[in-house]
Design a protein around this ligand. Structure first.
Ligand SMILES: Nc1nc2c(ncn2[C@@H]2O[C@H](COP(=O)(O)OP(=O)(O)OP(=O)(O)O)[C@@H](O)[C@H]2O)c(=O)[nH]1
Ligand SMILES: [Mg+2]
Length: 321
């Protein structure tokens, strides 16, 4: 994931640049779309809702050879929160939408005419935005025949005004080019916001922690995915074969028992899955050591949330007023 450096002269400046926020309810495919737009597996993706917890920024410079830079921000799904963590997640999404030049609203094409009802919280969050909103109806690969798209298209067109409605499949890549065109056309004219070779503003250790969390979500069921947080305790980024130590926080002893599993079976499975993903991410072998810790009620405590990195940051993507 590191960017390249070359000794050739810098490319000519881009002529359009802007911030795009991916907004929608949980599990509609926002992170899959972010990865498809940048062509890198950056944001974690799982079949379970409420996976993404923070804004994740990815920079696409010259998408498809165009003279533009898109700063795409993945956000947590907007949902009815049960804990303080959920409130933080919703506020991350709302702030990203407010700070963006364009909102890319992601919905599930397979919801048919029920889509806007399922999306009530998202539509409410976007009701007062002055930003252009493009709707993408994702997962069209699951809608057969094509005419079965019509109820969803109709229902959303009645729910609010959109600049455009684009059916896509983030997993097959169907429609991604159209989305890039629509975005490039709507970001303001101006110079690049980030250097040409920037991929993201987050450090490697953020993505390492996310890969570990992704492995926990994949290997566990019930409440564990919603009560785990990953903290990197040690990681020497420069080492040829880094030794990474991470703590997985859960809220109760019973959850720790589940996550560790009989004779440590489950945590070993989490560890080998996470190590494989971290090695893919960093492009080198790593030692990965995981510890499970009980941090009582961390999802409800603002101090613990802040300590684990879930605190409202100053918007780093703010653009035009
Ligand atoms: N069939 C199909 N599945 C998709 C598509 N896009 C995403 N998915 C699947 O939908 C699930 C959720 O995808 P994510 O990208 O994690 O969704 P999200 O909106 O980021 O979810 P949260 O982070 O929880 O808000 C995963 O199992 C994806 O593989 C698509 O175009 N077609
Ligand atoms: Mg996500």
């Amino acid at each position: 994931m590191t960017s390249h450096t070359v000794d050739s002269p810098p490319p000519p400046p881009v002529r359009r640049a802007g911030v795009v926020a991916l907004v929608g309810r949980p599990n509609v495919g926002k992170s899959t779309l972010l990865n498809a737009l940048v062509g890198e597996s950056l944001s974690i993706v799982t079949p379970k809702p409420e996976t993404t917890r923070d804004r994740v920024l990815a920079v696409v410079t010259r998408p498809g050879g165009r003279d533009a830079q898109l700063v795409v921000v993945d956000t947590p799904g907007i949902h009815r929160p049960h804990r303080r963590l959920g409130e933080y997640m919703n506020s991350e999404a709302r702030t990203a939408a407010e700070d963006a030049d364009v909102v890319l609203y992601v919905a599930d094409a397979a919801d048919g005419d029920k889509g806007p009802t399922y999306d009530a919280e998202v539509l409410a969050a976007l009701a007062s935005t002055t930003r252009p909103v493009i709707l993408v109806l994702n997962k069209v690969d699951r809608v057969r025949p094509k005419e079965a798209m019509l109820p969803a298209l109709d229902a959303y067109a009645k729910a609010r005004t959109f600049e455009e409605i684009i059916p896509i499949s983030a997993t097959t890549g169907d429609g991604i080019g159209l989305v890039l065109d629509a975005l490039v056309a709507r970001v303001p004219e101006g110079p690049a916001l980030y250097p040409d070779d920037t991929l993201t503003d987050r450090p490697e250790r953020f993505f390492v922690a996310e890969r570990v969390r992704e492995a926990v979500i994949a290997e566990t069921g019930e409440e564990i995915p919603y009560v785990c947080a990953v903290e990197i305790d040690a990681f020497d980024e420069k080492a040829p074969m880094p030794r990474i130590t991470a703590s997985i926080h859960v809220e109760r002893e019973g959850q720790k028992k589940i996550l560790v599993g009989k004779k440590g079976e489950r945590i070993r499975a989490v560890g080998s899955r996470a190590r494989a993903e971290v090695e893919k991410l960093l492009g080198k072998q790593v030692f990965l050591q995981l510890w499970v810790k009980v941090t009582p009620d961390w999802t409800r405590s603002s101090d613990e949330l802040a300590r684990l990195g879930y605190e409202s940051k100053k918007p780093h993507t703010k653009r035009t007023p």
